[in-house]
Design a protein around this ligand. Structure first.
Ligand code: NAI
Length: 215
């Protein structure tokens, strides 16, 4: 158990990929897999995999490999996927609606409870059976409903204000899509999603490849 406390951010960032591949193996009725086979599928080195998975306990056995079911269960635990999270979306524009419509999040245990917007034209709109409410009601809503995660999809100039209201009402997980660094108390976790940063990384890597080809 103690080992888990020392899991580095780099390992945490790799966990969803392990989760995805192990789920696929489970669906294909694979009982066990060696780090070498897993390495060929995932693309991390076998030693990286052994090192990463060693953080969670002794799952691998020499000559046997990993028990896929046990490992999958443990990674689900570490990822918090054995729980259900109540979520709200603030900002029902392009991004907000796309997230609300992506029902796989619900299947993973992220239960969308409410959506809020400031635009009167959007209030009353139903997205996957959840009605967009006036953001003026958010305070009252959060006082009466336990929400774990607030998903911020408003323009950057309004993101901090929205974040403050959410945090004030004891929501301690923020999934932030606005391109702004939110100021939050220590007990709140923010995960920023910046598609543009990912796009710039792609563009930078392509520059490198192109440079290599020109030389
Ligand atoms: P959008 O303009 O389509 O939607 C924003 C929505 O927020 C609108 O419906 C607006 O009425 C609502 N809104 C504004 N102030 C509000 C408030 N105080 N309370 C509640 N609702 C409020 O914008 P889009 O394209 O959906 O982008 C949303 C945010 O995501 C922006 O900050 C944008 O910069 C960011 N974005 C992030 C990306 C990423 O990779 N994370 C990619 C594209 C956009």
């Amino acid at each position: 158990m103690d080992k888990k406390k020392n899991i580095s951010m780099a390992v945490i960032r790799r966990l969803p990929k392990y989760h995805r591949y192990l789920e696929e193996l489970l669906k294909s009725d694979v009982d066990r897999i060696s780090s070498k086979e897993l390495s060929e599928k995932i693309g991390f080195t076998a030693s990286q995999i052994r090192q990463d998975l060693n953080c969670f306990g002794d799952f691998g056995q020499q000559g046997y490999g990993y028990n896929v079911k046990d490992l999958c269960r443990e990674i689900d635990n570490i990822l918090g996927l054995t729980k259900t999270y109540n979520t709200i979306i603030v900002g029902a524009g392009n991004i907000g609606q796309a997230i609300a419509n992506y029902i796989n999040f619900q299947k993973m245990g992220f239960d969308l409870k409410a959506i809020f917007d400031i635009n009167p034209k959007l209030i009353g709109l139903k997205i996957q059976d959840v009605e967009v409410q006036d953001v003026d009601n958010i305070d009252k809503y959060l006082q009466n409903n336990r929400i774990d995660i607030g998903i911020i999809c408003v323009p950057s100039k309004n993101a901090q204000k929205v974040c403050d209201i959410i945090v004030k009402n004891n929501v301690n997980g923020i999934w932030n899509f606005a391109p702004v660094d939110l100021l939050i108390p220590e007990n709140v976790i923010v995960e920023n999603v910046h598609l543009s940063e990912s796009l710039l990384t792609l563009s930078c890597l392509m520059q490198e490849v192109n440079k290599g080809q020109e030389e």
